[in-house]
Design a protein around this ligand. Structure first.
Ligand code: UD1
Ligand code: CA
Length: 451
């Protein structure tokens, strides 16, 4: 099941998730900015699966669309009726009929399985035909119990079917199974639903393996790793756990978080050494921040890249496609979307820069807007190097402003400005001496007359 052995991954995700009280399939609820099921896929990454099969129920189309965003080769099979975890795995059999290698079964609503645990499972497969994940539980609740004999696993008994004596076992089933693919399906063929729940139990494969004289083993992980999500409250607790882990990891990587509890990460946030993250910063998916960058308070970033030494915020918003070169500055109440801001350029106050390219060392004055959308299509604004865009300039795209060009404050720029030129595109100022006073006196007189 290592690099020299093919592995298939099956993720069970057909459960109704009734207790989420949601139209959205449970496994698509986000944790750290991505669907729960993606966390399960990510845990299993270490096994380098050749095939990934998600067993979905309601909302299979939505599940397919979501998982393909993370792995375009992921396959989704349908389990029309939820007849148990064993039945769910069987739904993947046609897809894996010709597959030669091992299979790893995970639950889609269990996002915290560590790579370490997966590695242990893979290693344990060298000694056992079937390997299960066990967990030692202080309070074993209604989990399935592992009946063991030393290192060997005899069978798994579900809580509902367990004798009082078996219920005293604290070593529980964490849900993951690893075995040879063909063998697992053969064993599942023998599993019946003659039990307290009337379901086909996946862990029953252990009993059938032992009946055949095959070996079964287990590895143990902490209960925290197998924490499943069943309710919105569980999801909130999981999010907290996820964020705490990410904060610690980020600080261990040499990043200063001045108020860690107020910074929120996505599963894939990458931040370089000696970067500084101030309070109340939110990282959506797809953000990379390089070393020595500063993300100041109350900024929101997603799908963007911030290079070394850049300074963002406070109160900045970087949206997908924002690409900031070294030593750029994005100030307060500035929104940047799908735009390259080249080295040392500054957009310091109250601007919208969308679908644009801004050359190195240009300065974009306060209140500048790229008018990129005509109601139907988006258009591009290109600004050269060392240009100076006066405050409150409207850049009506498509439009180009050359190197070292300037625009006067308040200009509405509708056609290209060549390099080195100054564009003034506003009404000329007209001053009428004394007129303000005369006008006020007249208005006051009218009011007095009316009483
Ligand atoms: C299961 C295990 C139990 C273990 C526990 C750990 C079985 C029979 N029991 O119990 O030993 O201690 O997990 O959390 O496996 N699913 C389907 N289709 C189905 C049924 C379930 O896709 O027909 C999926 C669910 O969406 C879920 C996962 O399988 O992701 C586990 O199902 P769940 O009903 O939560 O199993 P438990 O009763 O908790
Ligand atoms: Ca469960």
């Amino acid at each position: 099941m290592s690099a020299n052995k093919n592995t298939a991954l099956i993720i069970l995700a057909a459960g109704r998730g009734t207790r989420m009280n949601s139209e959205l399939p449970k496994v698509l609820h986000p944790l750290g900015g991505v669907p729960l099921v993606v966390h399960a896929m990510d845990s299993a990454d270490l096994a380098e699966p050749e095939r990934t099969i998600i067993v979905a129920g309601h909302g299979a189309d939505a599940v397919t669309k979501a998982v393909r965003e993370y792995d375009e080769n992921a396959e989704v099979v349908l389990q029309e009726e939820q007849l148990g975890t064993g039945h769910a795995v069987m739904q993947a059999q046609p897809a894996l009929a010709d597959f030669d290698g091992d299979v790893l079964v995970l639950f889609g609503d269990t996002p915290f399985i560590s790579k370490d645990t997966i590695e242990k499972l893979l290693l344990a497969r060298a000694n056992s035909d079937v390997v299960l994940l066990g967990m030692d539980c202080a309070d074993p609740k209604r989990y399935g119990r592992l009946v063991t004999d030393g290192d060997s696993l005899e069978r798994v008994v579900e809580y509902k079917d367990a004798s009082p004596q078996e219920r005293r076992i604290t070593l529980c089933n964490g849900g993951i199974v690893a075995a040879d693919t063909k063998l697992l399906f053969e064993l599942l063929d023998q599993v019946s639903n003659d039990n307290a729940s009337g379901e086909y139990y996946l862990p029953d494969v252990v009993f059938h393996a032992r009946q055949r004289g095959l070996s079964a083993g287990y590895v143990v992980c902490s209960e925290a790793e197998t924490q499943g999500i069943n309710t919105r409250a569980d999801l909130a607790i999981a999010e907290k756990l996820f964020q705490d882990k990410k904060r610690t990891e980020t600080m261990d990587n040499g990043v200063t978080l001045s108020a860690p509890d107020t910074v929120f990460f996505s599963y894939d946030t990458v931040i370089g050494r000696d970067a500084l993250i101030e309070p109340n910063v939110v990282f959506g998916p797809g953000v990379t921040v390089e070393s020595d960058a500063q993300i100041r308070a109350f900024s929101h970033l997603e799908g963007c890249h911030v290079s070394r030494g850049a300074q963002i915020g406070p109160y900045a918003r970087l949206r997908p496609g924002a690409e900031l070169s070294e030593f750029t500055r994005i100030g307060n109440f500035v929104e940047v979307k799908n735009a390259q801001i080249h080295e040392g350029a500054k957009v310091n106050h109250l601007s919208y820069i969308g679908d644009a390219e801004i050359g190195a060392h240009s300065n974009i004055g306060a209140g500048t807007i790229t008018c990129n959308y005509d109601g139907v299509m988006k258009h591009k604004t290109t600004i050269g190097e060392r240009a100076f865009i006066g405050s409150n300039t409207m850049l009506v795209a498509p439009v180009n402003v050359g190197d070292e060009a300037m625009t006067a404050s308040g200009s509405v720029i509708t056609s290209d400005v060549e390099a080195g030129a100054l564009a003034v595109a506003r009404a000329r100022q007209d001053v009428k001496p004394g007129l303000a006073r005369r006008l006020m006196d007249k208005l006051k007189a009218i009011k007095a007359k009316k009483g």
